[in-house]
Design a protein around this ligand. Sequence first.
Ligand SMILES: O=C(O)C1=C[C@@H](OP(=O)(O)O)[C@@H](O)[C@H](O)C1
Ligand SMILES: C=C(OP(=O)(O)O)C(=O)O
Length: 435
Amino acid sequence: MSRLDWNSHPGRTLQGSVRVPGDKSVSHRALMLSALADGRSHIRGFLEGEDTRATAAVLQKLGVLIETPADGERVVHGVGLHGLRGTAEALDCGNAGTGMRLLSGLLAGQAFDSTLVGDASLSKRPMRRVTEPLALMGAHIDTQDGLPPLRVHGGQGLRGIRYTLPVASAQVKSALLLAGLYAEGETEVIEPHPTRDYTERMLAAFGWPIAFEPGRARLSGRHALRATDVDVPADFSSAAFFLVAGSIVPGSELRLPAVGLNPRRIGLLQALRLMGADIRVENERESGGEPVGDLIVRYAPLHGIELPEALVPDMIDEFPALFVAASVARGRTVVRGAAELRVKESDRIATMAAGLRAIGAVIEETPDGAVIDGGVLAGGEVDSHGDHRIAMSFAVAGLVSQGSIRINDCDNVATSFPGFLELANGCGFELSRAA
Ligand SMILES: O=C(O)C1=C[C@@H](OP(=O)(O)O)[C@@H](O)[C@H](O)C1
Ligand SMILES: C=C(OP(=O)(O)O)C(=O)O
């Protein structure tokens, strides 16, 4: 397959309503809990991305019947907590850290062995953060020097633990809670800073007794999950690109309907408002146990900020987009406490710094963040390093640069945001496939 590159050209003002696809975190979890439940669950608003489809394919290989009645819908015929069937085939998580880490916890509780593999990017991401605490629960998982593939040995007889996470990570927390479903006794996870609580909320919705509050979750093993329908909200992390685009292109006004507004996800909204952005929330309501609302963003001149460190976990996937906003804002933006960005789909501090410099921005990397002096972007050529969020962020930068930006290696946008190019062009982007 030939590599997909994009050209992003300076555009018109952005106008219209942009319906972004379903939430990736919620879609992964909805599949996993539905698969382990007793009965049939209907998932609506499911993200048709490569990451979440990879998780569906893994569960199908483990014997779960998953139907696709329509685009964005799945009907999962749950097999019950002990109904998965082992397979000798490798289970391919693709590009998805969430898929692999959550599945490692889920599979640690099974009676059979499994092998989890991923693509080149996922194969470089650290897995000891899950395998070490899982080992404390009695799991046995082999890694390649801390990296995938993961060989998960079944039949281990897990026991609950009380574990304080060294870094705030919803993936690690969720892996331990999923293993905890199979453990003798109580599993308690304590976080240094609260992270997204979709696993906790969804376990409760599926009828599993769980106690949780921001920064802490506790459950005991050996209950049952009851099939439940899930309405997946639109993904705030996908909306983020349009929030930045609408804020920086003069004259713009965009509406983003029915976006998930879980408090642990909307750090970028707060950061942009601190920078002077004009973003309103309308029709706030609850859908599928999650807060959702319509976001209306209007152009407003942005200024630099010292980003409050407490916001970092609440916007952990939004830094590439924030860096673009900062590079055209008036004055200096300082980001600290975000070293986790170095172990995402790419080293997001290094790839953003290299790309922004290549198009004329002024950015200084630090070990756990960056210092960005806003100014005018010239345009040029950047490399996404196969990272979906880097590619989409430079597509946004191209709207306001003097010349166009060529973005190399954009195939992975389909992992989290299929149809981004068409949706973006529909509201005023000038994004094309490069020759
Ligand atoms: O639990 C999740 O669904 C996610 C948690 C975050 O990762 P960490 O747990 O590594 O912070 C985030 O970056 C990822 O996109 C999705
Ligand atoms: C970090 C991300 O996802 P994952 O860890 O699931 O690969 C992301 O989507 O930005």
